[in-house]
Ligand binder design. Structure first.
Ligand SMILES: Cc1ncc(COP(=O)(O)O)c(C=O)c1O
Length: 358
């Protein structure tokens, strides 16, 4: 089986190569000017006072919880996700409370999150799943007094009522994994407006050092390299163009869905979405795996959509359930989206999808 149109492809070119070559020639590979510039660019883009670049999005979430002092109790986590938000809650010593998602937006809602809050709740992670903003103002109001971490791993460049994703949490977290809209290979960032939290995040990512040799905590090494930041800076400069093309592709998919009997992810009112992932759910009773297999046999790199954290092995011991997340995962698949897709590729995906569901 040859995949002609992959599910994702990072948009990398000579500018990234030149930026990395410049770093290599400088001899300064970590903790230098380029990471600082990337952090400043991200903070500006997300409308935050501080950005602390880290090794990946999972580290960003873990350090966010640690900086907020979460070391026990429960952490609210929407149940449809890559496992990281659930895993990091456990790493810091808390119990993830998995909250079911909205069947339209596939995000945790203010109502569901506040209904899951107990006296033991220490923090909520609000995920902008696949780049679609969660209803943050309503969540903040419903969870007043509770620290909120925004998992904006997928959501750089998305906005809600004009306000950028990455600006909504006490700490907001980004990922620069190759399937994200901006990539550095591996990479992540924490964003905050709080000077004290920013300082703690900087200490935590750097072996717990407050200053050289002043080890205030036993912390990990979660630094981003100068080479990664150099790639990220170039990518950030191209973000709007990359999102524009992603939107064209996804608009074409959206137009085709009703005719194919498929449903996509709803965008809340006021949201402008970066289209990090284009997910669809097949009709109840249709064999999702057969649809994916058919697409792949036609050279289209479709894959499963995501995970229900209630059902992954690492969190099965929690014994929790989330029927909507489980249903979306069972019926969901992701279609190719990347800026270099030609219009003919998009048409080919739609045609292949018609065959697959037909
Ligand atoms: C919602 C969400 N949170 C966290 C992560 C973790 O990011 P990373 O892969 O950079 O560790 C991902 C990555 O796929 C994600 O989709």
């Amino acid at each position: 089986m040859t995949i002609r149109i992959p599910i994702a492809r990072p948009e990398l070119g000579p500018e990234e190569s030149a930026a990395v070559a410049e770093v290599l020639a400088s001899g300064m590979l970590i903790s230098g000017r380029v990471v600082a510039e990337f952090e400043a660019g991200l903070a500006e883009r997300c409308g935050r006072r501080h950005c602390v670049a880290v090794a990946n999005g999972t580290a960003a979430l873990e350090l966010a919880l640690r900086a907020l002092g979460v070391d026990g109790g429960e952490v609210l986590v929407p149940a449809l996700s890559w496992p990281s938000p659930g895993h990091v809650a456990e790493w810091v010593g808390a119990t993830p409370r998995l909250v079911d998602i909205d069947p339209g937006t596939w995000n945790g809602t203010a109502d569901a999150l506040s209904a899951a809050r107990t006296d033991a709740t220490r923090c909520a992670i609000a995920i902008d799943q696949f780049g679609v903003p969660a209803e943050h103002p309503a969540i903040a109001a419903a969870l007043a007094g509770l620290p909120i971490v925004e998992d904006a791993a997928c959501a750089i460049g998305s906005t809600l009522d004009g306000r950028p994703c990455g600006s909504f949490g006490d700490v907001s977290c980004l990922s620069f994994h190759p399937r994200k809209v901006v990539t550095t290979g591996e990479g992540g960032a924490c964003l905050t407006d709080d000077d004290g939290l920013a300082e703690e995040l900087r200490i935590l990512r750097n072996h717990g050092q407050r200053a050289v040799g002043d080890f205030a905590r036993s912390g990990p090494n979660e630094r981003l390299t100068e080479m990664q930041a150099a790639i990220g800076l170039v990518q950030l400069g191209r973000l709007d163009g990359m999102i524009r093309r992603r939107r064209e592709i996804c608009d074409a998919y959206r137009e085709a869905l009703p005719g194919l009997g498929l449903a996509g992810q709803a965008h809340p009112a006021g949201a402008a979405v970066n289209e990090q992932t284009f997910g669809v759910v097949v009709a109840a009773g249709m064999d999702r795996d057969a649809v994916i297999a058919s697409l792949q046999a036609q050279g289209i790199g479709a894959g499963i959509l995501s995970y229900a954290l209630t059902r992954i092995g690492s969190l099965a011991h929690l014994g929790q359930s989330a029927p909507t997340a489980e249903d979306v995962v069972d019926r969901g698949l992701a279609l190719p989206v990347y800026p270099a897709m030609a219009d003919a590729d998009v048409a080919d995906v739609i045609a292949a999808l018609a065959v697959a569901v037909g």
